[in-house]
Design a protein around this ligand. Structure first.
Ligand code: PGA
Length: 263
């Protein structure tokens, strides 16, 4: 069971969306909703992960909000510093632009862009060394779940992480459990199944680091305004990584509100 002091996180993963004018509108609407009805910073961390091209612009729009909203990078290079790496953005460059958060290990990157364990570990190592907070994604496929391998797969992904995180760096890690079969499919893991996996992840983390009991473990996979409250009610679900529903300001706001009020 989690400690009750974990502040939940609600992070919008915009993926390869939307066009610039829409992004601006989306942020303005969201900031407007927060202005009308504030969600206290102490009640919920909120982050938005736009496309790399829009990071700086979204960041400056978010700075007009009445509270802190983190700008999160969706990806980072396996190379750090600066150099001849065409098309890449390093953790140092993100930090230099005051982007302090990054998603690593998302299943779309693992599956579609060949982010293997080695690449993911390099990204984690560089990001932590550059002072970023890493939102590390784990999750099993439907076949793995049906074969009874879900726990094993997810805990192995946690071990992959543990192999490169130094003792003092765990406080800069947030975990996101995203069963692959629930991403963008409209199928959400039942709160019971999600809670069971979160509890296992927490148990695993607690064996690795003393801060494990206090780490935020987010759920991702078709989180919507309609299912946020019941997910938020689960003791080891400390927030949400939201794809599709984060492209609608009102839905995203309601999800943040659900976590802020239920936790
Ligand atoms: P979804 O995506 O909410 O659209 O299922 C979640 C994610 O991939 O982070």
């Amino acid at each position: 069971m989690s400690g009750s002091t974990i502040i939940p996180w609600v992070v919008g993963n915009w993926k390869m969306n939307p066009m610039q004018s829409e992004a601006q509108q989306l942020v303005q609407q969201f900031v407007g909703l927060l202005q009308e009805n504030e969600i206290a910073e102490a009640a919920c961390h909120i982050g938005i992960a736009p496309v790399a091209l829009a990071l700086n612009q979204v960041k400056s729009h978010l700075e007009t909000a009445n509270r802190q909203i983190y700008t999160v990078a969706q990806n980072v290079s396996c190379q750090n510093g600066t150099g001849a790496y065409t098309g890449e953005i390093s953790a140092d460059l993100l930090k230099d632009s005051q982007i302090n958060f990054v998603l690593i290990g998302h299943s779309e990157r693992r599956e579609l862009f060949a982010d293997d364990v080695k690449a993911i570990q390099e990204k984690v190592t560089h990001s932590l060394a550059s002072g970023l907070t890493v939102i590390y994604c784990v999750g099993e496929s439907l076949t793995q779940r049906e074969q009874g391998l879900a726990d094993q797969v997810v805990l192995q992904q946690i071990c992959d992480l543990a192999a490169v995180v130094k003792a003092e760096q765990w406080q800069h890690i947030v975990i996101a459990y995203e069963p692959i079969w629930a991403i963008g499919t409209g199928k959400t893991a039942s709160p019971e199944d999600a809670q069971a996996m979160h509890a296992k992840i927490r148990e695993g983390l607690s064996q690795i680091t003393p801060v494990g009991a206090q780490m935020a473990i987010l759920y991702g996979g078709s989180v919507k305004a309609e299912n946020a409250v019941e997910l938020a009610a689960c003791p080891d679900i400390n927030g949400a990584l939201v794809g599709g529903a984060s492209l609608n300001a009102e839905s995203f706001y309601k999800i943040a509100q659900a976590f802020a009020h239920t936790k």
